[in-house]
Design a protein around this ligand. Structure first.
Ligand SMILES: *Cc1c(COP(=O)(O)O)cnc(C)c1O
Length: 250
């Protein structure tokens, strides 16, 4: 079932790319496995899905460890997986994010970024960071206002052990393609402005900050086609791969 769903979502991505004149390689698929167990992740892995997103940090860490152990036992390579934190990060959870994830897409405060920078272990590669931008002043209120993203980006590029990769957007759900696309275009415009604004900035690794700024994380099960047509480079799909979520974790 999961393998079939993945196949369908990949086709959707391919078609959306074709329609927008983009290469399908430009858009990465993140499987959002929140609330689903180790078996579901292993099933997706068998269907060649390697990038996963999790919202609830404690739940995620237990899952990451269990998946690693069981994947190796099942002849799959757990080390190849990439895990992204896509839920809110409180100060008391930054250490877990720094130690167990490959990246985080929900940074909207410098204080959290600073903690992650200090806590990222030296034996791991830099933590990949996307700043969350709130383009529609949406319900959750998470994310920075578009007018403040560039300033936050300039601060984050100076933090050791982090690598600023781009922006993430999660607008409130809208029904029609045109409305979905319009709101995703706001995030795309913000992304282009920040990338432009970073030109000439050298990050703490001595690299040009804007060349590393290549990720626009937006689009979920119900609006991924519109997000791709607006310029998304990473869609985050849960329901479309694993089915409807029944539980709401603590
Ligand atoms: C749950 C979640 C998703 C996936 O949503 P679906 O509608 O199930 O595809 C994507 N991004 C974030 C931040 C989420 O919390």
């Amino acid at each position: 079932m999961i393998a079939q769903n993945l196949q369908q979502v990949r086709e959707q991505i391919r078609d959306a790319c074709a329609v927008s004149g983009r290469l399908s390689d430009d858009v990465e698929l993140m499987a959002v496995s929140k609330t689903w167990g180790v078996d579901a992740v292993l099933e997706a892995m068998k269907a060649k899905q390697l990038v996963f997103g999790e919202n609830y940090i404690q739940e995620a860490v237990e899952k990451i460890l269990a998946v690693r152990a069981q994947a190796d036992a099942a002849g799959l390579c757990g080390q190849n997986l990439r895990w992204y934190c896509i839920g809110p990060v409180q100060s008391n959870k930054t250490r877990l994010v720094a130690e167990y994830f490959d990246g985080v897409h929900t940074i909207d405060r410098i204080k959290i970024a600073e903690r992650l920078s200090v806590q990222r272990p030296s034996y791991l590669p830099a933590l990949e960071v996307c700043l969350q931008v709130n383009v529609d002043a949406g319900q959750t209120k998470a994310g920075v206002a578009p007018s403040e993203v560039l300033a936050l980006a300039r601060d984050v590029v100076n933090l050791p052990r982090l690598r600023l990769r781009g922006l993430m957007s999660m607008p409130d759900a809208l029904a029609g393609f045109a409305d979905q696309k319009a709101v995703h275009l706001l995030a795309k415009r913000c992304f282009d402005e920040v990338r432009e604004g970073l030109k000439g900035t050298i990050n703490h690794e001595g690299l040009l900050a804007h060349t590393l700024f290549d990720t626009l994380s937006m689009g979920m099960s119900s609006d991924l086609v519109a997000a791709i047509s607006a310029g998304s480079t990473m869609v985050r799909v849960g329901t479309g791969i694993f089915g409807a979520r029944s539980k709401t974790p603590a």
